[in-house]
Design a protein around this ligand. Sequence first.
Ligand SMILES: NC(=O)c1ccc[n+]([C@@H]2O[C@H](COP(=O)([O-])OP(=O)(O)OC[C@H]3O[C@@H](n4cnc5c(N)ncnc54)[C@H](OP(=O)(O)O)[C@@H]3O)[C@@H](O)[C@H]2O)c1
Length: 427
Amino acid sequence: MIRIGVAGLGTVGASTLDLLMNHNARIAGRAGQALSVAAVCSRDRQKDRGVDLSSVAWFDDPVALAGSDEIDLYVELIGGSDGVALASVEAALRAGKKVVTANKAMLAHHGARLAALAENTPGASLHYEAAVAGGIPAIKALREGMTANGITRVSGILNGTCNYILTEMEETGAAFADVLADAQRLGYAEADPEADVGGFDAAHKLALMTAIAFEQQVDFEGVEITGIESVAAEDIAFAGELGYRIRLLGIAERTETGIAQSMRPCLTPRTSPLGKIIGVTNAVVFEGDAIGSVMLTGPGAGGSATASAVVADIVDAVRGNTPPTFGLPAAGLAEANRAPTDAERAEFYVRLLLADRPGALAEVAAAIGDHGVSIQRMQQYDDVGGAAPVAIVTHETADKDLQGAMASIDALAVSLAVPVSMRIVTT
Ligand SMILES: NC(=O)c1ccc[n+]([C@@H]2O[C@H](COP(=O)([O-])OP(=O)(O)OC[C@H]3O[C@@H](n4cnc5c(N)ncnc54)[C@H](OP(=O)(O)O)[C@@H]3O)[C@@H](O)[C@H]2O)c1
């Protein structure tokens, strides 16, 4: 009998209890051993969790539960990069227990150390499928299914709240702030939305996949992050007219100068695999030298979907299916090798606001040309009060050249607002 302790009985924790207690025979059958929820821990003992906990031991302290002799396997569903979540996971691993967590923030900041602790402690193991893309089995597919491949690129839509907001902006024409307020009313966005809309939550997930894909230590600080707060309704509209959608895309790729990781709003063709992802759905794309490209889509959040991944990890842990946390033994992971991001090459979308007077476009074209950037398409929109928006699509160019061109345009008297630019991702 494997005795499970669950700390954190919120959205994911309560759904995990539901699966473990109401579908116990099916799950135990697949695990090959009897399983029981032996103990739980949360802040509020009186709160109804939707399951009968009368015969389950209660702990007020997650660290005490994690180290307790009453459990064999510890499930951490509290959240937060540090604090009791981290202390309890460390305690469980030190006690030689199997640990399952959905906590991407903790792993993005402490993954290398926790992986080493898990791998160096007899009996211990660390499982985190639910931390990346919720219910989508992204970690298993990348770490185990793709193991024959040299990975060239990992990309994805990794935050359902952001994808919902961008989809709604596109469908309604509304501004970011209005759509965010609606999403908060409907429960699709947190009261404090910064982790989601600022791109940090998605960047945590990307950093974990980067470690597996490129056999390096988790390097969250190496992810260049731009959130979606500054995406304007007119960018969504202009991108649409040009045949693109704006999506918060995470991309980790091997370049000649190292591993580049970015999480930022990008334009992608409406017909591209990631351009077709709408609403709260998540997607990951893995590109490898043997298989080509693999894409997985599905629910990236929500109690039941995330608990599906938590329970899959519990079954793996019980079966003893415990590959090294990030694919290679922790001691074999290389130091992060960051590529300078301004060397990256891409096509770019640029939006300008120009004084509507003769010669303005020629001045802009000259400023762009001076930096070696060439224009693929340019569209001028109707003048409002003497100012005309202009949307430009460039040919492929180095990021640093594009930034130089943007600075030159910004210095022109005909440029009436700070130019906006976004990368175009075509695959
Ligand atoms: N929600 C999702 O869709 C989703 C998807 C993927 C991954 N995750 C990850 O899953 C984890 C849990 O997320 P969630 O959405 O389920 O969070 P949540 O609904 O806020 O639940 C957090 C739980 O932790 C408990 N808790 C907080 N501080 C505690 C403490 N000091 N001691 C004991 N218990 C404490 C809370 O107790 P009370 O209930 O008693 O207040 C609550 O039950 C996070 O790491 C999150 O990033 C969530």
